[in-house]
Design a protein around this ligand. Structure first.
Ligand SMILES: NC(=O)c1ccc[n+]([C@@H]2O[C@H](COP(=O)([O-])OP(=O)(O)OC[C@H]3O[C@@H](n4cnc5c(N)ncnc54)[C@H](O)[C@@H]3O)[C@@H](O)[C@H]2O)c1
Ligand SMILES: O=C(O)C(=O)C[C@@H](O)[C@H](O)[C@H](O)COP(=O)(O)O
Ligand SMILES: [Zn+2]
Length: 352
């Protein structure tokens, strides 16, 4: 087991870390456990621990994946908390993938203007990214994560045993954010994956445990300095400007990590074409993602729609699109207002 400290809380990583849950909600009378059906067994395990510690548990099952990141679902959660007379001394626990912890975080941030939140990520992506760092939110018709709040959890419990039941494709999705961390901050991550992609994808293996720890450490370092994304935090959005546009175009039927994988190849090309990133580092993006089995291309004809969708990216300022690019390995920077021709040329590198 290991612990990574983020600004005001700890991320516990390892098999059996769920034991910390009662401590994290100490003092709460009621604890709402928000989860989706595929992780019911993990939610039940959390509920059992909470009941054993004397808490009154309010289980709230929500639609799975992106269907849960919707205002109607948040409203149903608020109704459930209202009916239970949930007060400021109570606590919300989000158990599930990134979609559930984003939703649960938003519910906790908004109910009574903020009640205690604990995240229990059960997907790889949730452990290395979504459940850590305080970004919470839901989608709207215009795009991904457009409504939300920065709201820090009281603690994060990454029980690696949960990965045993995670579908292989979702494990792969999490690997895209891990690769992102490798390129923006910790190249040892890339070396570990390149040394053996299959070992890296073994949920019971030591390599994956190290990759989780290293990725959480990258995120912790960044959000501890810049919780509200005033500057540095934007580097965690590497690959996301195009990735989010793909998710929206696919009506959220693509996994987030898969869309980010294509977005990473695009961002690497932007860096290369703008003369900032060496060709071999740009090529390494495609190579490592392909070796893992992640997608690296998207239909050519989608470009006009994707270009338009990128306008709602949170890094945009007015009509100026801004991208995270690399000046080298682990040297992220910003590219503001690239010419449309440059964007189109970078897209040709991923166009199928
Ligand atoms: N807040 C942030 O900083 C942040 C960071 C990255 C991603 N995100 C968001 O996270 C979401 C993606 O997260 P995700 O990849 O976990 O997808 P997801 O939440 O949709 O989960 C993927 C699928 O795996 C299932 N699942 C999760 N854990 C399981 C387990 N242990 N066993 C069996 N099934 C399990 C889920 O129920 C779902 O069906 C996106 O909405 C993305 O925008 C947020
Ligand atoms: O934590 C961050 O900051 C990130 O950008 C991490 C991303 O992996 C994550 O997908 C995040 O939800 C994207 O945020 P958004 O602000 O672009 O909606
Ligand atoms: Zn992401």
């Amino acid at each position: 087991m290991s612990t990574v400290d983020v600004a005001t809380y700890a991320v516990h990583i390892g098999r059996g870390v769920l034991d910390h849950l009662p401590d994290l909600v100490k003092g709460a009378n009621q604890v709402a456990v928000i989860y989706a059906a595929p992780v019911r067994e993990h939610a039940t395990r959390a509920e059992e621990r909470l009941r054993a510690a004397g808490h009154h548990v309010l289980p709230i099952e929500v639609p799975d994946a992106e269907a849960g990141k919707d205002i109607s679902v948040a409203a149903r959660c608020w109704d459930a908390l209202g009916e239970a007379a949930f007060t400021r001394s109570d606590a919300v626990v989000g158990v599930g993938g990134g979609a559930v912890t984003d939703l649960a975080g938003f519910v906790a941030a908004s109910w009574l203007r903020g009640v205690r939140l604990v995240t229990v990520p059960t997907s790889l992506l949730g452990m290395v990214d979504a459940a850590v760092g305080g970004k919470t939110g839901i989608n709207t018709a215009a795009g991904k994560n457009l409504v939300g709040a920065f709201y820090e959890p009281a603690g994060v419990l990454c029980d690696l045993a949960a990965l045993d039941t995670l579908p292989a494709d979702d494990l792969l999705a999490g690997m895209a954010e891990i690769v992102k961390c490798g390129f923006i901050a910790d190249p040892e991550i890339l070396r570990l994956i390149e040394a053996g992609p299959a070992a890296a994808l073994d949920p019971a293996g030591e390599v994956l445990a190290e990759l989780v720890e290293r990725s959480v450490a990258v995120k912790a370092r960044v959000v501890t300095v810049d919780l509200r994304e005033g500057g540095l935090r934007e580097i965690l959005n590497y690959g996301h400007t195009l990735g989010h546009a793909i998710e929206r175009r696919e009506r959220y039927t693509w996994k987030h990590g898969h869309a980010i994988s294509v977005g990473l190849v695009f961002a690497a090309e932007l860096g290369r074409l703008s003369g900032r990133l060496a060709p071999d580092v740009a090529a390494r993006h495609r190579e490592i993602l392909e070796r893992l089995g992640l997608p690296v291309s998207y239909p050519a004809e989608a470009w006009p729609e994707l270009h338009a969708a990128m306008r709602v990216d949170k890094k945009a300022r007015g009509a100026t699109l801004r991208f995270v690019v690399l000046d080298g390995l682990a040297e992220p920077g910003t590219l503001a207002g690239p010419a449309d021709e440059l964007l189109a040329e970078a897209y040709r590198a991923v166009a199928a």
